[in-house]
Design a protein around this ligand. Structure first.
Ligand code: R5P
Length: 310
């Protein structure tokens, strides 16, 4: 097997290679003067089981294009099988038509990855599980909950923990963490009136005196999280920490988190942390390298991936 990586997450790629005890596949991914992507595979892949690691994180369109071009290069170089390993699958928030004349971008991107020549997809905490069905090729959607749950157990007195979903849509994910940590579950009933704005309405569950653990798939502007934290503290929570799989953290999100009442934000490295994220005192990054690496290994060996979550 061989693992190649685009420019989105070279650090994670190196960690996964270390776990797999292989060298990262050699490829040259550069830009022409007009920003078109130039890509060249620098080693033979004929007949190989190839994995391409790339998150479609900022700059999302460039990283998506790198992924597509790398898959195309592998296909034309006669790789036996190509698995797109996408720790953060972007465009996932546009997974249905919320109104007339809207695109379903998640489906379009899934089509593009398939059309480029991927045989399989391995991803993590898709925004909506049904996006798996947008691919007509085998797609494994991993969950960060085992990694996050382990961290909660290491840092909190579980007797006093209350897992909280920041919105009704995230209850399944929150329930999974609550089950793993043996904690109770509360829900923030959020209503978003305009895109980019979020408004906390109500807290379902008694959070008074509790160490609240918010869990979500994405933190983008940070609005959802900061509003949820305010609502929980107003209801008497002792502390609020957030565990989020994908730290998109665009715009002024890092500053918002730093100046928020959140005790800590814990994210994974599905998206390579920026220097600002690494410098933020109340943001901590946990690695998914072992989880992704093991899933890659099991895929290569044709072993069960789902049993990783038993
Ligand atoms: C929404 O359904 C997602 O799960 C996240 O809650 C949302 O994308 C977070 O966005 P923001 O940080 O901009 O509020």
């Amino acid at each position: 097997m061989k693992l190649f990586a685009g420019n989105s997450n070279q650090v994670l790629a190196a960690q996964i290679c270390k776990y797999l005890e292989i060298d990262l596949g050699k490829a040259d991914v550069r830009r022409f003067a007009d920003e078109e992507i130039f890509l060249e595979l620098l080693e033979n892949v004929r007949g190989e089981d190839c994995f391409v690691l790339q998150s479609t994180s900022y700059p999302a369109n460039d990283h998506l294009m790198e992924l597509l071009i790398m898959i195309d290069a592998l296909r034309r170089a006669s790789a036996r099988r190509i698995t797109a390993v996408i720790p953060y699958f972007g465009y996932a928030r546009q997974d249905r038509k919320p109104g007339p004349r809207a695109p379903i971008s998640a489906k379009l991107v899934a089509n593009m990855i398939t059309e480029a020549g991927a045989d399989r997809v391995l991803t993590l905490d898709l925004h909506a599980a049904q996006i798996q069905g947008f691919f007509d090729i085998p797609t494994d959607n991993l969950f960060a909950v085992p990694v996050l749950g382990r961290d909660v157990k290491e840092h909190y007195d579980l007797e006093n923990v209350m897992v909280v979903s920041p919105d009704v849509g995230g209850v399944v994910r929150a329930r999974a963490l609550a089950k793993r940590t043996g904690s109770m579950l509360a829900i923030v009933d959020k209503r978003r009136d305009r895109p980019g704005e979020s408004e906390v309405m109500n807290v379902i569950g008694d959070v008074e005196g509790k160490d609240c653990i918010l869990i979500d798939d994405i933190i983008d502007s940070g609005g959802t999280l900061c509003n949820a934290a305010e609502a929980l503290l107003a209801k008497g929570a002792t502390s609020v920490t957030a565990y989020i799989t994908h730290g998109v953290l665009s715009g002024g999100a890092v500053a918002r988190i730093t100046s928020s009442k959140l005790k800590e934000l814990v994210i994974t490295n599905s998206i390579q942390p920026t220097a600002a994220v690494e410098a933020a005192l109340n943001i901590r990054v946990v690695s998914i390298a072992e989880l992704m690496g093991e899933a890659v290994k099991r895929t290569a060996l044709e072993k069960s991936v789902s049993s990783l979550f038993d």
